[in-house]
Ligand binder design. Structure first.
Ligand code: MSP
Length: 469
């Protein structure tokens, strides 16, 4: 049994959880369940990123004390994660006293690589990110993700000397010591690394009051990304505790927009602390709606609750794991969603109904499934191509449907009842075998299938698994 640590990005709590966040959690949960199926000991972290000017301003706008504001929102995220059938082992809030204290200790340990200087340049409040002049010009002064103009900053900041680590970061990425998936994003980042400057890691208190104080300097608070990235190890107890049981992380899951923080600043911090780098960074794509970026100004934002409210959790997980690529952008439309629901009903729901009805008629007792070797499945999972792994299972389900059609156990029952029973038992066992892996993607359905076909007497469910409206 191996210890496996999986992490998710910690969202800002200035708004409600959205579909993009769901992607982080569901992918992490798929990996978690897969690792557990392989017998590993898995720890899954989730949390909330609660500092920074964006959040502070939002709380002021809403007239709620900031502490209360972040409490309310952190709770929303916890509830949201549970509503997705995702179970984390650790939840970190960057306003936790433990986290803040450990962050300050981390800062002190990095002090050899920290210096003070004046920052003159661009900043995106949406990204909470410092922008190079080149990027500013390429984007014509407007953040493509947040559609907001960059603001000019001129302030005294502390800097982390990325230059101290750049060559080693490049080496680690090129050699896959810290493997970035997908490969095209690795390439993209390596180009960016080329001219990555030292990063500012603090902000003056007069511009940002809501942050972790810089140790030994009352006038500065930590830059929100330093505080945020540290979460992955502070939750394990660093630096007070030995974290080597779970660090380095096996997989850190992030959206494509924040890969550069995780592939650049984060390894520099880890190297400065003499800690190993995560083994894998998995960058997923963004969810679009009808081919367009979801945005309040376009007015095409779909709340996850709306989708969950339609047919429940199973189709939600099904859609975003089978019909969304693990690594590329994925599109959502209601039409596609309905089509996916119909697939579930026709391919899987019908199979269960049909098979259970035949089993009852032929008085077949419950069976047991087995986790059979499936190397092509493992290969896809190891490459983080979860949607293709799921596809393999779906092909097997379609094969079972075909087999029933071809072997016609209902006709056999009239001429050769023993043979009919034999055929049905084989198909039921096969379904239970597939079901072991189905549980990674749609655990609730897998549980129901298990209950039906392992029961002493098999009977079809009173309501079909996926009722038609
Ligand atoms: N607080 C930072 C992360 C710090 S991690 C040390 C942040 N928060 S966020 O709320 O903006 O984003 C949280 C996660 O959601 C990120 O992985 C981000 O990529 C993901 N997504 C945000 N919008 C998304 C889509 N439209 N689609 C898919 N994922 C997206 O960044």
């Amino acid at each position: 049994m191996k210890n496996i640590y999986i992490t998710t990005a910690i969202p800002y709590v200035n708004g409600n959880p959205h579909l993009g966040h769901a992607m982080d959690y569901i992918l992490a949960d798929v990996l978690r369940r897969y690792m557990m199926m392989r017998g590993e000991n898995v720890r899954l972290q989730a949390g909330t990123d609660e500092h920074g000017s964006k959040i502070y301003k939002k709380s002021v706008e809403q007239g709620i004390p900031v502490e209360e504001f972040v409490n309310q929102n952190a709770k929303k995220f916890q509830d949201f994660i549970h509503s997705l059938g995702v179970e984390y082992t650790d939840f970190v809030r960057t306003t936790d006293a433990d986290h803040e204290r450990r962050c300050q200790a981390i800062w002190e340990k990095l002090s050899d690589h920290i210096y003070k200087d004046k920052y003159e340049g661009w900043y995106c409040e949406g990204c909470e990110g410092f922008i190079t002049d080149k990027e500013h010009d390429e984007n014509e002064g407007i953040c493509p993700d947040h559609k907001k103009p960059y603001v000019k900053l001129s302030e005294e900041n502390y800097y982390l000397r990325i230059a101290d680590f750049k060559d080693r970061i490049r080496e680690a990425i090129e050699s896959d010591e810290m493997k970035i998936t997908p490969a095209f994003r690795k390439k993209e980042f390596l180009n960016l690394l080329e001219d990555m400057p030292d990063v500012s890691i603090s902000r003056p208190k007069e511009s940002v009051q809501w942050g972790v104080p810089v140790p030994g300097d009352d006038s500065q608070v930590m830059y929100v990304w330093i505080d945020a990235l540290a979460n992955y190890i502070t939750i394990l107890g660093y630096p007070e505790e030995d974290i080597s049981d779970f660090w380095p992380a096996n997989t850190q899951i992030v959206g494509k927009d924040i890969l550069r923080f995780h592939a650049g600043i984060w390894p520099a911090m880890l190297m400065g602390l003499d800690l190993p780098l995560p083994k894998n960074l998995l960058a997923h794509g963004h969810i679009t709606v009808g081919g367009e970026k979801m945005s309040k100004s376009i007015g095409n934002v779909i709340a996850p609750e709306e989708i969950l409210g339609k047919h429940g959790l199973v189709p939600f997980r099904y859609y975003f794991t089978r019909h969304a690529s693990t690594t590329d952008d994925a599109d959502f439309t209601w039409d596609k969603y309905e089509a996916a629901y119909n697939e579930l009903a026709n391919d899987l729901g019908n199979l269960v109904q049909r098979l259970a009805t035949l089993a009852k008629k032929n008085e077949i007792a419950g069976q047991q499934g087995e986790l059979k070797d499936l190397p092509e499945f493992d290969e896809r999972m190891e490459k983080y191509e979860f949607n293709f792994a799921f596809e393999i299972l779906w092909r097997q389900i379609m094969d079972l449907n075909k087999r029933i059609d071809e072997e016609k156990p209902w006709a056999l029952a009239k001429t050769d009842p023993e043979k009919a029973k034999e055929v049905l038992v084989v198909i039921i066992k096969n379904l239970l075998d597939i079901n072991k892996r189905l549980a990674i993607f749609i655990p609730d359905t897998a549980e129901r299938i298990d209950a039906i076909f392992t029961a002493e007497q098999i009977v079809p469910p009173e309501t079909p698994l996926f009722p038609k409206a």
